[in-house]
Write a protein that binds this ligand. Structure first.
Ligand code: DC
Length: 226
């Protein structure tokens, strides 16, 4: 199978929209591989935080991105053989990731690593630019979103369940700030591209959202076979 005949489902969308959950479930159902591209930006952020790199030092950040020693094993993420699955999920890491993601050279440094996830029998990739930049030939492109209120509520519940204290208003403010930064950067901004299908999950359950993506994928398969 040549590389480009390996199907990719690209799921892009804003922070805390639930795209990671949906993408993982779709990948599991189809037996596809899964790429959480946000985790790569978060890993660069974590390494930069651990080594006290100035968030404005683009050259250092590019160096980190190029040399990142990471491995993804099932649901766990390792940085230099240390398990960092939860460490990269902090708000501090998310904010730093959003900041460094605005550097074009940092983004470029992560391209090959992301494309390497495209392996048989297929890939579900989630992020901000999966359909527009990383996998422009994806067979299905979804822009998955929800209102910022609902996203803040979902993030709040997640944190409380993990025993982490949180304030829903602060979370909503952070989400809006991150949306603004991710949407207004000059390279690969967060937006619904014309060839992406909109999936607004504000009033959808996880199962309903997952089924919408699977239905679109089956539609595609049925059309290809005709
Ligand atoms: O999806 P996430 O919240 O884990 O991503 C963290 C940050 O990384 C997000 O604020 C923007 C950046 N990001 C990006 O610019 N492009 C991607 N494909 C994925 C994430």
């Amino acid at each position: 199978m040549s590389l480009n005949s390996i199907p990719v489902i690209a799921i892009d969308g804003p922070s805390a929209s639930g795209k990671g959950t949906i993408a993982q479930l779709v990948a599991k159902t189809l037996g596809f591989h899964y790429l959480d591209s946000g985790a790569l930006y978060r890993l660069v952020a974590l390494k930069a935080l651990q080594t006290n790199v100035n968030p404005k030092d683009e050259n250092k950040l590019v160096e980190i991105a190029l040399n990142l020693d990471v491995s993804f094993e099932e649901e766990e993420i390792f940085l230099e053989n240390n398990r960092v699955t939860e460490d990269i999920r902090t708000e501090e890491c998310g904010i730093m990731a959003s900041q460094l993601a605005s550097y074009p050279r940092v983004r470029e440094a992560l391209i090959t690593r992301q494309r390497a996830f495209r392996q048989s029998p297929g890939l579900v990739a989630d992020g901000r630019d999966m359909g527009s930049v990383i996998f422009p030939d994806a067979i299905l492109k979804v822009f998955l979103t929800a209102s910022s209120e609902v996203r803040a509520e979902r993030r709040y519940k997640q944190l409380i369940e993990k025993g982490i204290n949180a304030n829903i208003r602060d979370l909503q403010k952070d989400i809006q700030k991150r949306d603004e930064r991710d949407s207004n950067r000059s390279v690969a901004p967060l937006r619904q591209n014309t060839d992406a299908r909109l999936l607004d999950t504000t009033s959808l359950s996880i199962l309903q959202a997952q089924n919408s993506v699977l239905e679109w994928y089956r539609e595609y398969c049925a059309n290809v076979r005709v």
